[in-house]
Design a protein around this ligand. Structure first.
Ligand SMILES: Nc1ncnc2c1ncn2[C@@H]1O[C@H](COP(=O)(O)OP(=O)(O)O)[C@@H](O)[C@H]1O
Ligand SMILES: [Mg+2]
Length: 408
């Protein structure tokens, strides 16, 4: 499981999967329905979230004219990034290079570096296969979807071969950088769970939207962090509208990046959760063969309370609550269920993670004992879990869910 496909040459340079039909389909539907608070049904938090007019308008000009995004000129973005100076490179993905830039907060015109508002400018690689579809998919979805756990798109630029996207700047970069690169401060357990919750909320928002959206590219490199480690999903190049009509069919063509098994966002989330627990990459060719595929390697340990510590990230130095870690491992296992119909809904994943986080803070409040030591006095919220998931691996398989986008 998890390595049932081989890497192929694809638009995502980072050993990604092939993508031949993907985003183009996402821009071929039309309605004008309105949804203003899709997120409120998912968690206890009240968010200012909105999808203004999904599903997608029909034509490119409709997509461009229907959003509130600023249309930048190439020159403006050249000035804002100091001619795309290599030392302002924030990151590189399969589709583009991302540079740091500065604009005036109100007029959105280029400013001197260091003054005004910082932005992130993605310049799509000119050789990018299907590049324009990815560009349009991002403009389409991020132009309409607004949620605290989705990165904010400010504008775009389309001039000749130059295709650019302008986002809010995420000061702490990607989860990938924090989790896998050797840095001075590894992510704490609390931050890992918070990141998992944020990413799950973002996905849940997309899945529970009236006109469902499948993200299809969940991975650590696409989860960005702000200055307070709030996590947001970015990179909507592969996003796609969920099924309509009889709501029974969705393309199962493999998309995204090897090891994350898109298009199923829930499976991809399970992989990311595993990465957060173990500090290991979904696929790591530098490891011995049996350890190269994270899911294959970790699976046997996830359902055994006494063995789980063997795969936990050593960078945590044992600083995690065992019970919560086991609950998170159980949740990952459920997301990675070989039977996709038995995987939980993302709203259930959110609830389970919130419970897990809650039980942790309650434990902290009532106990000054070592985090990792047993605490018989502690009553786990998970035992009377308000989430419909039963976070014990021995529990009977999850009920079959009605999520339409994973059918077919
Ligand atoms: N808004 C942003 N703020 C800070 N860094 C960013 C931002 N957007 C992207 N990056 C960095 O650039 C990398 C590639 O961006 P991404 O949008 O995923 O490109 P691609 O579509 O080519 O995969 C990310 O993994 C991250 O490190
Ligand atoms: Mg990316």
């Amino acid at each position: 499981m998890g390595n049932c496909f081989a890497a192929a040459s694809s638009p995502k340079g980072d050993s990604a999967m092939t993508s031949t039909s993907g985003a183009s389909k996402a821009i071929s539907k039309s309605t004008t329905s309105t949804l203003t608070s899709g997120a409120t049904t998912m968690t206890s938090s009240s968010w200012n979230s909105s999808i203004e007019s999904l599903p997608t308008p029909r034509s490119e000009s409709e997509i461009l004219s229907s959003s509130q995004l600023k249309a930048f000129s190439y020159n403006e973005l050249k000035n804002a990034t100091r001619n795309f100076r290599p030392d302002s490179l924030l990151g590189e993905g399969g589709f583009g290079y991302v540079f740091k830039g500065w604009i005036d907060e109100h007029t959105l015109t280029a400013t001197k570096p260091g003054s005004g508002m910082i932005i992130a400018v993605k310049k799509l690689k000119p050789e990018g296969f299907q590049g324009h579809k990815e560009w349009l998919a991002e403009v389409n979805y991020l132009g309409q979807l607004h949620h605290p756990n989705l990165v904010k798109l400010i504008g775009h630029c389309l001039e000749g071969d130059n295709q650019l996207l302008v986002y809010e700047f995420m000061p702490k970069g990607s989860l990938e950088n924090h989790l896998f690169r050797r840095g001075p401060t590894p992510l704490s357990w609390e931050i890992r769970i918070k990141v998992a919750i944020d990413a799950a909320r973002g996905l849940s928002f997309l899945h529970d939207a009236k006109e469902q959206v499948i993200y299809r590219d969940l991975k650590a490199a696409n989860i960005l962090l702000d200055s307070e480690f709030n996590a947001k999903l970015s990179d909507f190049g592969l996003a796609k509208a969920g099924p309509t009509g009889d709501r029974t069919h969705v393309s199962t063509q493999v998309m995204g990046t090897q090891g994350y098994a898109a298009p199923d966002d829930v499976y991809g989330f399970g992989v990311v959760l595993l990465e957060l627990l173990t500090g290991r990459r979904a696929v790591d060719k530098s490891k011995v063969v049996v350890e190269q595929n994270l899911v294959d390697w970790a699976l046997p340990y996830l359902s055994d309370k006494r063995k789980l510590f063997r795969i936990m990230d050593t960078k945590l130095e044992g600083q995690y609550p065992q019970k919560a870690a086991f609950a998170a491992a159980t949740l990952a296992l459920q997301c990675l269920n070989a039977d996709f119909k038995s995987r939980p809904e993302m709203s259930e994943v959110v609830a389970a993670l919130e419970d897990l986080q809650l039980s942790k803070s309650a434990a902290k409040k009532h106990s000054s004992k070592n985090q990792t030591g047993p605490d018989p006095a502690r009553k786990s919220h998970l035992s009377h879990n308000r989430s419909p998931l039963n976070l014990t691996p021995s529990a009977s398989p999850l009920r079959s869910h009605q999520s339409p986008y994973r059918r077919g």
